[in-house]
Each structure stands twice: as C-alpha cells, then as structure tokens.
Design a protein around this ligand. Structure first.
Ligand code: FES
Length: 114
C-alpha cells in the first residue's frame, strides 16, 4: 500500500492509500488528505490541486496535456496536478500555503493598439 506524506503549513500529514488512488477523489469523500489538500475542479482545469513532489516523482507518469497547459514552467520545479495522478507508490508532497500559487499563470496581454 502506498504511503503518502503530505506537507502543508509546516505540518506533515501521513496516510496509507490503496493502489490507484487519486488524492483529490479521496479528499472529496473526506478521506486523507482531507481536509488539508486544496483542490477545485477535479478535472485539470483550475490548478488549485497543484503540489510539489518532494519524493517519488520517478514513479509518476509523464505529465498529461492538462498539466503541461496549466503548470508550464512549474513542472520543471516538481509541481504536478494531484487530480490528474493515480498513486501507486510511496510519495511525498507539499502544497503551497498560498491558494493563488496553484493558479495558472496568465499569459501576457498583447500590447494595446493605438
Ligand atoms: S482540482 Fe482543478 S486542476 Fe486539479
């Protein structure tokens, strides 16, 4: 059974989950990592579930197109969307305290035409 360490606001929350577990789905039914995991749409559209993978990233699949679109440069920093991942191995995660940190970056606006 995969062991999950979830870090937030200076605390480490430990849990054991069944293989093929989606942590956002679990939080949605009020199981660990509820109530600590911040999430929103559950469909790869909002990035509120973004977490930095501190350990175990080597067991995760390559980011899908939703993660590529929403996380951009943050992927290189180790961030992934928890709603897009099914956990099968031990993993350690950290979620930023700032909810806006999970928001997708907004593209630069084109210069105003004169
Ligand atoms: S919960 Fe919205 S992108 Fe993961």
């Amino acid at each position: 059974m995969p062991q999950v360490i979830f870090r937030k606001q200076g605390q480490a929350h430990h849990g054991e989950v069944a293989p093929e577990t989606n942590l956002v789905v679990r939080a949605g039914i009020r199981h660990f990592p509820y109530p600590h995991l911040r999430y929103g749409c559950g469909m790869g559209k909002c990035a509120r579930c973004a977490c930095k993978v501190l350990a175990g990233a080597e067991h995760l699949p390559a980011p899908n197109w939703k993660e590529l679109k929403l996380l951009g440069d943050r992927l290189a920093g180790g961030y992934r969307l928890m709603c897009q991942l099914w956990i099968n191995h031990d993993i350690e995660l950290a979620q930023d305290d700032d909810p806006a940190a999970g928001a997708p970056s907004t593209p630069l606006a084109p210069p105003a035409a004169n």
